[in-house]
Design a binder for this molecule. Structure first.
Ligand SMILES: [Zn+2]
Length: 462
């Protein structure tokens, strides 16, 4: 079957034009999802879901529709919409890598109905004014629900303003701050954590010691570069942040951890949460000679043994969440020597199929997948009306064909970043449709909403 991005884009454009006339009153649109296997805490129950005005109105074995739009979900599993708490949608001055429309189209195609965007953009999201500006731009373009993390700043007043403007967290990037911040000084971090705790905003951290990451920038090959950023840098940073965090009442979310020891440490505290990525779970550095720049991200891929123990810990339920760390770049920016190649890989369109493959192989229970990709992310970031399929909850869900076999093919991505370390991976389990606030956004290979049909979320407002 011929399947090109340009062709899809054209089709979507035609479709979105067609839809513009009927777009008035879209907010009141109702949809009936018929005959799905609907997820609940005990497993699946066959039935139908009626969504009205963006919320689930009713779930029952049979619902008589009165002329509302219908979607036949017979043979499909209905899961709560997935939430990716760590994505880089770029846009603004980095829109050539990804923009809010393409990034959130990729999210919908991957089953994610809500994403939280990271602040290391140009300009960085380091003030309430810049956060509001980003929210405005995103509102015009997003296909799904999108919220924003802000950069960690040392000014307590700015932290208050960022919280008021709806920032979901303050991101502390230890290898090199996003906005001027003395990451080497414990007291500066402690003061920031105290201020964040006062306004009830969590701190998200990239825990890698800044002192020695510089070695990596002198490496020739990707394997050597990965080795230079050793697991010790993570252990040191986690230990240090842990000590500082304990003096405050701050909630800290540790991003993309790669070591079982880190996960164990963090799981012991109710104030700390953790996330792991599909690439650290499924790929190791022995693949780097083949993958090259396609497998370059930070923290880097680890030794096979480390990867295995991370996967084992994850299957045992140790981390709080799985996040894609979707980090698009152009191929020109990637295809360089290890010291110059920009770290990061796209992940929004591969995460769910890869995890469903583990479910099909009986390695991961579906309940764990829902917990790590929806329930826990909602809990950690206060998205109270999401991650559940019951009356009154937000009408965000993903319809999954659990048996469908497929192959990862980055040329089909909606993301502008058309490469993946998982290219060619065989998967079982695919997204059929993604529904956001009662609107079908993605179905059977196509984005069917116009740009801006999604919503901007502000922390603390629901
Ligand atoms: Zn990231």
């Amino acid at each position: 079957m011929e399947f090109s991005y340009a062709r899809i884009a054209q089709r979507n454009l035609a479709r979105s034009k067609k839809r513009t006339d009927s777009a008035i009153g879209l907010e009141n649109q109702s949809i009936l999802v018929r005959d799905a296997d609907i997820w609940n805490e005990n497993g699946f129950t066959r039935g139908s879901i009626l969504i009205e005005k963006g919320r689930i109105k009713r779930i029952a074995r049979r619902i008589i529709d009165n002329g509302v739009e219908r979607i036949n979900a017979s043979g499909l599993k209905a899961l709560p919409g997935l939430i990716d708490v760590h994505v880089h949608l770029r846009d603004m001055e980095l829109a050539y890598k990804e923009d809010f429309a393409t990034g959130t189209a990729a999210a919908a195609a991957g089953g994610f109905t809500t994403v939280l965007d990271m602040p290391n953009t140009v300009p960085p999201t380091d003030s309430a004014r810049r956060l509001v500006e980003k929210q405005k731009v995103a509102a015009q373009k997003t296909h799904v629900n999108v919220g924003f993390h802000a950069a960690a700043v040392s000014d307590s007043h700015e932290i208050e303003s960022l919280a008021d403007a709806g920032a979901f967290s303050l991101k502390l990037y230890m290898p090199g701050p996003i906005s001027p911040f003395d990451v080497e000084d414990d007291q500066t971090i402690e003061k920031m954590m105290r201020a964040a705790a006062r306004v009830g905003t969590p701190v998200t951290v990239h825990a890698e010691d800044p002192a020695t990451t510089e070695n990596a920038s002198r490496a020739d090959g990707f394997e050597e570069a990965a080795e230079a950023r050793s697991p010790l840098l993570e252990s040191h940073a986690v230990d240090r942040l842990w000590r500082i965090q304990k003096k405050t009442r701050c909630n800290v979310h540790y991003c993309h951890l790669t070591l079982r020891s880190s996960l164990r440490k963090i799981s012991a505290s109710s104030k700390s949460t953790s996330e792991v990525t599909p690439h650290h779970l499924l790929l190791s550095k022995k693949l780097l000679p083949t993958l090259g720049w396609r497998g370059w991200m930070v923290p880097p891929l680890r030794a096979e043994e480390t990867r295995r123990s991370l996967l084992k810990s994850t299957l045992a339920g140790l981390p709080s969440a799985i996040a894609s760390d979707h980090a698009p770049h152009t191929i020109k920016e990637k295809d360089q020597s290890a010291s110059k190649s920009l770290p990061g890989v796209p992940g929004l369109e591969t995460t769910l199929p890869l995890m469903l493959t583990l479910v099909n192989r009986q390695q991961m229970p579906l309940s764990l997948l829902v917990k790590l990709l929806s329930e826990n992310p909602a809990r950690i970031f206060g998205l109270k009306s999401k991650a559940t399929l019951r009356k009154g909850a937000d009408g965000d869900l993903v319809l999954v064909d659990l048996k469908k076999k497929s192959k990862i093919d980055s040329s089909k991505f909606f993301s502008k970043a058309k490469f993946s370390p998982f290219d060619g991976f065989k998967t079982q389990g695919a997204v059929h449709s993604s529904i956001v606030s009662g609107k079908v956004v993605y179905t059977e290979g196509e984005i069917v909403t116009r740009e801006g049909s999604g919503s901007v979320l502000r922390s603390g407002s629901g």
